[in-house]
Design a protein around this ligand. Structure first.
Ligand code: ZN
Length: 152
């Protein structure tokens, strides 16, 4: 049994255009925009919206090769994935693999905010794309947040 999943780290939502989408979350829903970041490895621009202890991750493709571009082409905009927070990403991946769960990433890669992230294959999760997300050690996280503040 996986016991090291702590909370919903974020919910990923695929959008066509961040700029036109963000005001709905900030001006109408009254939520706080934490920052916008480009994740080159995923070919996406990501906006984080704070809600309570968790976040919404709005994802906009920056190239047609991006998984988000392909997702929107196939299914349209909408909920793309759910991310669970863990402190032991690799350990959880090894465990899941041993249980016969199909993984997209057998080794975590660097995502937004310096998090280590890995996706489980929807074939093994009733078609829900699930992400494991391990926050960086606290000192690194503060550094990253400071950088983000300056770039906003
Ligand atoms: Zn995510």
């Amino acid at each position: 049994m996986v016991t090291a999943l702590k909370q919903i780290e974020h919910i990923g939502i695929a959008v066509k255009n961040l700029q036109t989408t963000i005001p709905f979350y900030t001006d109408i829903l009254g939520l706080k925009l934490l920052g916008i970041e480009t994740v080159e490895s995923e070919q996406v621009r990501v906006a984080f919206i704070e809600i309570g202890e968790t976040r919404l991750e709005l994802l906009e493709a920056i190239s047609t090769e991006s998984a988000i571009a392909k997702f929107i082409e196939k299914k349209g905009e909408g909920i793309h994935h759910i991310a669970f927070q863990t402190e032991t990403c690799q350990k959880q991946l090894d465990f899941l693999k041993n249980q016969g769960i199909k993984l997209i990433n057998e080794v975590p890669k660097e995502g937004a905010h310096g998090n280590l992230v890995a996706f489980l294959h929807p074939k093994s999760t009733n078609s829900v794309l699930m992400e494991l997300c391990q926050p960086p050690a606290k000192s690194t996280r503060e550094e990253v947040e400071n950088i983000n503040e300056h770039s906003l």
